[in-house]
Design a protein around this ligand. Structure first.
Ligand code: ADP
Ligand code: ZN
Ligand code: ZN
Length: 729
């Protein structure tokens, strides 16, 4: 009996062996799911390897309870990708699998090979005459419809009724037949492509010439330069060959607007994949991708793990976006794994952004990525002018300088829209006691709690702890509590008072929480009515707001001085992206940055020379300070109720690292307390590890994990390993 090595969804870094009773007359293949006993439970796992029988081992191995898939759910490409990911991120394979399989498959749901049921006329139904339906107008209508074309069962039920359907079936006039999943059939585009400008044409040609082999492209195009049109025209020949396309977008980038642009162009099945789907929808999307029925899938990061029958092109829009990296559990970066996937699929991958990550620009320098550039806007619109507004010695009205307010009013009066960007939701970052200076802090984190006025709550944005607003100071009992600082909710309230003649639309996580509210807000903006649009970084992503001609960045100072080495890159990206929202219509755009530090070199560089220039000097700086991408980085985090336990445990790791550093190029930083020292009641520490040699770093990580597994102290805390960390908080 062959030995099955099974990957199980448990946080252990190993396979588990089972035997398969061969007399069942079924053959098991690698990549199929099996139900197996595990302790007292039954778990669904995936066969990862099949080894020949070994009579000694056989006697001890438990048999598989049930084989769930006659054909593998995970093909060899996905298995290779997942194995690679588990190795690279040093994460248990079982847990990696959890990211790749829809919940229903993890629970053991059997897959049907049926896409849908189709209602069609029987031979009798084709031949009969309408006199048969004299007494039922509904049946007549359905029959007439079916004479034209067969209908999906669900469609027939919703247009007519289940009862009408059944009556035709009972009469022998119609029948339900099952329709299997089949690869999509190419249909020519519904909408003519735009004539490309030379830069766009070069980009499209480069990608199209690479179809059928692995190649990496970075498309760096200023905002409004027509990157989407490049994607669309690179996609078309892939579809024409009957191949599928995967487009990854940031979480909030999956706007109705983006989808509409794809839908208008192509006449092939297009699916979306995002966090707001039911388990059933996920499974369907998964099956439609696997069967080749889905021609285009547009999705957020985990769409990367969808199976494809024949993937021809991978696109990542806004490749610099942080949401492509998973920030908990299995901390993978979808961009990096997508590149791996493209190499396994032997297809090109196109990364696009107006503000590419320094990692990708570095890869261009290293000649790993081919650089495609769109240096100008696709239409005659100018890239907006950025002006610095010095806040020093200004009287601020509600966080806005007089000059700013005047420009806002002017713009609105001209019938245009104004966007105000403030990257802090809620009403105020804290409440302060006017008498003694006490500030509302989270009881569980080393952070202040944000005051949300509309819901009358204090909410911690780190642990989500929520409590009612106190009536009195927690220190002196005074009732004089006042908000300090400014959030989007407050800005909205104040502007409603200052400029009551114009409507305000607020876009942040609070105002878009209800299903459909984001769409409603976007519709309001797209109506074109002059209005104030207030929002957080949600505004910065990929939107096309033609009526916005003035963008105000209310506060950049907080981000100028940060301990995180990526802060300047992120600020430059944010400023450029936010600015890119201005002047996309007929009027030229303008951006106002309010700051106390107008002379700051970063602001000057971005404003005078653009992101492109900033990025090059930032890369030079990273090289000099020996930071990623010039070094590979990983970080261990420890969390415990007892701060000393974290420090002690990380010291063990650091000592081991120091030993290894005698043999290999390794550096470390820490153990140190995390910038957010305490979160949800637990103290947090970190140890950062660096090496110019990826292999050396990964060998170190593997030996550290062994050390961790052998140390009793590891059970006294929660730890995480983050490879290529982005979040250092
Ligand atoms: P990006 O994705 O780079 O921000 P978009 O693809 O949204 O840019 O394009 C910005 C605008 O330019 C859109 O209105 C688009 O229709 C238009 N556009 C793009 N390419 C062309 C072209 N070749 N000719 C004319 N207009 C174009
Ligand atoms: Zn007080
Ligand atoms: Zn908290």
């Amino acid at each position: 009996m062959p030995i099955l090595r099974v990957a199980l969804p448990v946080p252990l870094r190993q396979h588990f062996d089972y035997q398969m009773e061969t007399d069942e007359n079924i053959s098991v293949s690698i990549g199929s799911r099996v139900l197996v006993p595990f302790g007292k439970r039954q778990l669904v796992g995936v066969v990862w390897q099949i080894d020949p029988a070994d009579s000694f081992a056989d006697a001890q191995l438990k048999p598989v309870t049930q084989l769930l898939d006659p054909v593998p759910v995970l093909g060899s490409i996905l298995r290779d990708l997942l194995s690679f990911a588990a190795d690279y991120y040093h994460h248990p394979l079982g847990d990696v699998l959890t990211s790749a399989l829809p919940a229903l498959l993890r629970e053991g749901r059997l897959l049907t090979q049926e896409k849908q049921k189709l209602l069609q006329l029987t031979a009798e139904g084709q031949a009969c005459s309408d006199t048969l339906f004299k007494r039922s107008a509904k049946q007549l209508a359905l029959w007439l419809q079916l004479k034209q074309t067969a209908l999906a069962e669900a469609e027939a039920v919703s247009e007519f009724s289940r009862a009408t359907l059944q009556q035709l079936i009972d009469k022998g006039i119609a029948e339900l037949i099952s329709q299997p999943f089949t690869p999509f059939e190419y249909q020519p585009e519904k909408q003519k492509p735009l004539p490309l400008n030379p830069a766009q044409a070069l980009s499209v040609t480069a990608v199209v010439q690479a179809l059928g082999r692995f190649e990496r492209f970075l498309l760096e195009g200023v905002t409004g330069s027509g990157k989407t049109e490049v994607y669309l025209q690179a996609i078309q020949p892939v579809l024409a060959k009957g191949q599928q396309v995967l487009v990854l977008v940031p979480e909030i980038g999956l706007t109705p607007q983006t989808l509409a642009r794809f839908e208008k162009r192509f006449a092939v099945p297009m699916l979306t994949w995002h966090s707001n789907m039911t388990d059933h929808e996920r499974l369907r999307c998964w099956q439609r991708s696997q069967s080749g029925d889905a021609a285009i899938v547009i999705g957020t990061r985990s769409a990367l793990f969808l199976p494809f029958r024949n993937l021809g092109l991978l696109i990542i829009d806004e490749e610099h976006d942080q949401s492509l990296k998973q920030q908990d559990g299995f901390r993978y970066h979808a961009r990096d794994l997508a590149v791996k996937r493209a190499s396994l699929e032997q297809c090109p991958i196109l990364l696009g952004s107006a503000t590419p990550s320094l990692e990708s620009l570095y890869n261009v320098q290293q000649q790993k990525f081919i650089h495609l550039q769109l240096p100008e806007r696709a239409t005659s619109q100018q890239v907006p002018k950025i002006e610095l507004l010095d806040l020093k010695q200004q009287v601020l009205k509600n966080g806005l300088a007089d000059g700013t307010l005047a420009q806002i009013r002017q713009t609105l009066k001209r019938g245009q829209q104004v966007m105000l960007f403030l990257n802090r939701r809620g009403f105020a970052p804290a409440l302060i006691c006017h008498e003694c200076g006490w500030l509302t802090e989270c009881l569980h984190c080393s952070a202040f709690t944000t005051y949300h006025k509309q819901s009358r709550q204090l909410i911690c944005h780190h642990c989500a702890a929520t409590r009612p607003v106190p009536h009195q100071c927690g220190n002196c009992g005074s009732t004089q509590l006042a908000p300090v600082g400014q959030g989007t909710e407050q800005l909205e309230e104040q502007l409603a008072r200052l400029i009551p003649e114009f409507p305000i639309t607020r876009l942040d996580r609070d105002s878009t929480r209800r299903k459909g509210s984001l769409e409603a807000h976007l519709d309001m903006i797209h109506s074109g009515t002059p209005q104030l649009i207030i929002g957080t970084q949600m505004l910065a992503k990929g939107h096309h707001f033609p009526a916005v001609s003035l963008v105000v960045v209310v506060d950049v100072d907080g981000a100028l001085y940060s301990s995180d080495f990526r802060a300047s890159e992120q600020l430059a990206q944010l400023l450029t992206q936010v600015s890119g929202r201005a002047g996309r219509g007929d009027v030229a755009g303008k951006v106002l940055l309010q700051t106390h530090y107008p002379g700051h070199p970063l602001l000057q560089d971005v404003i005078q020379n653009g992101y492109h220039s900033f990025a090059r000097s930032a890369l030079l700086e990273r090289q000099q300070t020996r930071l990623p991408p010039y070094q590979h980085m990983a970080m261990f985090r420890a969390e415990a109720l007892d701060s000393a336990v974290c420090e002690l445990w990380l010291t063990l790791l650091q000592q081991h690292t120091a030993q290894q550093a005698q043999l290999a190029p390794l550096q470390w930083l820490g153990p140190v307390k995390a910038p957010l020292e305490k979160k949800a009641g637990k103290f947090r520490w970190q140890l950062q590890l660096f090496s110019p040699d990826r292999k050396a770093l990964h060998q170190l990580l593997a030996s550290l994990i062994q050390l961790i597994q052998g140390s009793a102290l590891s059970r006294k805390l929660k730890w995480q390993l983050d490879v290529d960390p982005l979040d250092l908080s």
